[in-house]
Design a protein around this ligand. Structure first.
Ligand code: DSN
Length: 425
């Protein structure tokens, strides 16, 4: 089997074959799932380092196990870098990923049964923002606000009315499928009126906030901001909670021992490196290009007759209404694009009448393609590939041609950490 590696020391043929296959899939295809990215070779190295051997329950200087001189250094650096990057008073870098990160905040600052005002899930909110199928949706009382499908605007008069009626303990914003930026000051004003805490989950666009190309909710006085580290930030899979000093004790105790045991120190080390890189001018250029690429791709799709929810984007993602565009549901569209080596994900649109596994659209984002160095001309080509494939459903000859053109384009843009014949670039 052809391999992208010079050598592979994994003496387990089935797993080795899966790894080589995944490397080839990542190298040969365009990754457009907006929550995915290619992490740095340095992070891949740290993830496979001896830090994974270490138990470190507790926090620097207050651990329940010995042997912490190096893990303490790593966690202190990660916390300091997170605070400096996001202009926060306190950071917890231990959440194992995005869901436990958000759960730790709710459980640390609220009581079961409390009301949380959050974005409607089909309008872009995340599972942990109270989906009925999630444990958080059962533990807390989530009340919803919506957005205008025409332009994504939030009607803050209506939101104020809902808040006055529901008297939430927390006003939550942030999203996993919404193509616009948010007015955090407006959320904060309403929360202050009803005496609620403010929390923003910027997991998707944490890297864009870090680079100051999207608004930072902490600048508007938010109490808590959460972000995953593996999306626009390009780090290892993990979560970061940023908060005021006055809430630091409750947040830390909620993460450990409240919700988790030992932090994954190999991940925390990778997070520290990621946060240092996110403070550089190179990262700012990257973040600007992510936004530019999204605008160019959105324009290319709309020129070719694709209907985007809110007719465009102000961030790194867009949602294509595939039913309105070509009469295909999101699953069929996802499958069709996968056949031409483009990975997207099926996605509900606002107030979608269709079920989540057969929704009306797909979600597309530019962070991963931008990491590979793709720019304007590749975004135009990707727009052609996507529209061409969706409009050619059932035409195998056209799909085969699009697939080979797409793979050829990808080969000119190596994936960091995976290069034909070598392990890194
Ligand atoms: N699964 C992530 C996403 O795709 O948005 C969020 O957790």
């Amino acid at each position: 089997m052809p391999s992208f590696r010079n050598e592979l020391s994994i003496n387990d043929q089935e797993i080795a074959a899966a790894l080589v296959g995944e490397e080839r899939r990542q190298q040969d295809g365009v990754e457009l799932i907006p929550s995915e990215n290619y992490t740095y070779p340095e992070v891949l190295e740290l993830l496979g380092s001896v830090f994974t051997n270490k138990y470190s329950e507790g926090y620097p200087g207050r651990r329940y196990y010995g042997g912490q001189q190096y893990t303490d250094d790593v966690e202190n650096l990660a916390r300091q870098r997170a605070c400096s990057l996001f202009r926060a008073e306190h950071a917890n870098v231990q959440p194992l990923s995005g869901s436990p990160m958000n759960q730790a905040v709710y459980l640390g600052l609220l009581q079961p049964g409390d009301t949380i005002l959050a974005m409607d899930l089909s309008h872009g909110g995340h599972l942990t923002h109270g989906a009925p199928v999630s444990h958080m949706g059962r533990l807390f009382n989530f009340v919803r606000y919506k957005t205008a499908p025409s332009n994504g605007a939030i009607d803050f008069d209506e939101l104020r009315a809902i808040a006055r009626e529901a008297r939430p303990k927390m006003v939550l914003c942030g999203y996993s499928s919404y193509p616009r930026d948010l007015d955090y000051a407006a959320f904060k004003n309403i929360a202050d009126e009803v005496g609620a805490l403010t929390m923003a989950d910027v997991s998707h666009y944490g890297g864009l906030v870090a680079a100051n190309v999207m608004r930072n909710p902490l600048d508007a006085g938010f109490d808590v901001m959460t972000t995953t580290s593996h999306k626009t930030l390009r780090g290892p899979r993990g979560g970061i909670i940023l908060c005021r000093k006055e809430n630091a004790g409750r947040i830390d105790a909620s993460v450990f021992p409240g919700l988790q045991g030992g932090p994954h120190m190999n991940v925390v080390a990778g997070t520290a490196v990621t946060l240092k890189k996110a403070a550089t001018s190179d990262f700012q250029l990257y973040a600007r290009q992510v936004l530019r690429n999204a605008k160019v791709l959105a324009g290319a799709l709309m020129e070719r007759g694709m209907k985007l929810v809110t007719d465009g984007t102000d961030n790194h993602m867009m949602v294509v209404d595939t039913i309105a565009s070509v009469g295909l549901d999101g699953r069929a569209a996802e499958d069709l694009l996968e056949a031409i080596a483009i990975t997207t994900n099926k996605q509900v649109i606002p107030d979608d009448p269709r079920p989540p596994l057969r929704p009306s659209g797909i979600r597309i984002g530019t962070p991963a393609a931008t990491t590979r160095g793709m720019g304007d001309s590749e975004m135009h080509r990707i727009g052609e590939f996507i529209a061409g494939a969706l409009q050619a459903s059932g035409d195998d000859a056209i799909l085969a041609r699009l697939r080979s053109e797409c793979i050829e384009m990808c080969r000119a843009f190596p994936v960091p950490g995976v290069v034909s014949g070598s392990r890194s670039n």
